[in-house]
Design a protein around this ligand. Structure first.
Ligand code: ZN
Length: 386
């Protein structure tokens, strides 16, 4: 097992991102990011012992982790699904996990044990968890850009997640529980809101009066992006794939909603913007949609991409990018500190999570099928205690 190279940057971070999860990197990760040991006590969990369809999600009794120095153990009350859960379950070259692997990064619960060096007074606190893990000591982490840390990991992706009664995380991952929300609602406003916040506020620098096109209004990032754009005084055009979802998008604050299954969204956007195009596109879809987004944005506009659920190699006409001076901005997650800002808005009622369904953890496979079938508007949440 190699020793952590604290604070020393490698030559290229992009190399590591492509290679993340490799055996070269695996042991280092577990050495640095959690020192949890296993107790004799058992807990309920849903685990992966192989990649595949929803049927590989297996209910098991597994050893309960104990917190190591600087760590806390949280009793998981609710864990919200993300598309990332589906990707990791299906597997692929980028996903090398330690079996039995637990998915789930968006977690709300209560602190039920603390490790050495962590105040015992935290026990019993209602919390939500910051889904990103990082080394905490490098220049990126100390500069407030922990999501650029070369050891950055996401719970449930390359570290054990929340599909279980308990999870152990560094104390630095605790964030304040947002107001009077239910656990399910609190779990529903973490990764998607942090992601959409960075896309709109830090990357696209959204300004009052600007017009933002939000793809996939019913997805977690879509729900968050509509509200964050409105919070900053922007106007929103949303796309969705069913009449009921268009209605929900309007209720969240979209001025216009386009059904991409029956309408050409580029033509509709041109119509709605007097041929000019939108200022910003929020794209988590990729594929053909991304190529069309380029045609829907105004000269000098910004397109922010955080995902590629329908394909990651779009055919892009570069002439549009340089002649029309577009900005194409990549975005993943966001700084831990920004989650506190987001949670403040949630607690004050200015941003609100949307929960589509709450299921017991034992029905994780059904929850995956719902998300996969795109039958949802908002989040599907699992409850381990149910
Ligand atoms: Zn770091």
């Amino acid at each position: 097992m190699s020793a952590p190279s604290w604070g020393i940057e490698r030559e290229s971070r992009s190399d590591e991102r492509e290679d993340r999860g490799s055996s070269r990197d695996g042991p280092l990760r577990f050495t640095m990011l959690t020192s949890a040991s296993m107790s004799d006590e058992l807990m309920d969990a849903v685990v992966l012992r192989a990649h595949g369809g929803p049927e590989v999600l297996a209910r098991e009794r597994i050893p309960r982790p104990d917190p190591g120095p600087g760590e806390v153990r949280v009793r998981v009350a609710a864990v919200a699904l993300n598309h990332m859960d589906l990707w990791v379950r299906k597997g692929g070259p980028a996903f090398k996990v330690e079996y039995p692997h637990r998915l789930g990064c968006d977690i709300a619960g209560t602190v039920d044990a603390v490790g050495a060096g962590v105040p015992a007074a935290l026990v019993g606190d209602k919390v939500v968890l910051n889904p990103g893990l990082s080394c905490g000591v490098c220049a990126a982490c100390l500069g407030g850009a922990d999501h650029l840390c070369r050891h950055y990991r996401i719970l449930g992706e390359h570290a054990q997640g929340g599909y279980a009664e308990h999870i152990v995380v560094p104390r630095a991952n605790l964030a304040p529980f947002p107001g009077a929300l239910s656990y399910a609602e609190a779990a529903a406003c973490l990764l998607p809101f942090l992601t959409a916040w960075q896309m709109l506020v830090r990357k696209a620098r959204v300004a009052p009066g600007e017009i933002v096109l939000v793809h996939g209004a019913g997805a977690g990032v879509g729900v968050a992006a509509i509200q964050i754009a409105r919070l900053h005084g922007a106007r929103v055009i949303a796309t969705a794939g069913a009449a009921a979802k268009l209605e929900r998008a309007r209720a969240l604050g979209a001025e216009h909603a386009i059904d991409y299954t029956t309408q050409d969204f580029v033509a509709e956007v041109k119509k709605l913007t007097d041929r000019r195009g939108v200022d910003i596109v929020i794209d988590h879809v990729g594929g053909d949609t991304f190529a069309q987004s380029i045609r829907a944005v105004r000269n000098g506009g910004r397109i922010v991409t955080c995902g590629a659920t329908s394909g990651f190699q779009p055919a892009i006409d570069l002439r549009h990018v340089f002649f029309r001076q577009l900005e194409i901005l990549g975005s993943t997650m966001g700084p831990k500190g920004d989650l506190f800002t987001v949670l403040g808005h949630v607690a004050a009622g200015r941003l609100r999570p949307v929960v589509h369904a709450v299921l017991p953890l034992s029905r994780a496979a059904d929850a995956h099928r719902m998300l996969e079938a795109r039958e949802v508007f908002g989040k599907v949440v699992l409850e381990p205690g149910a």
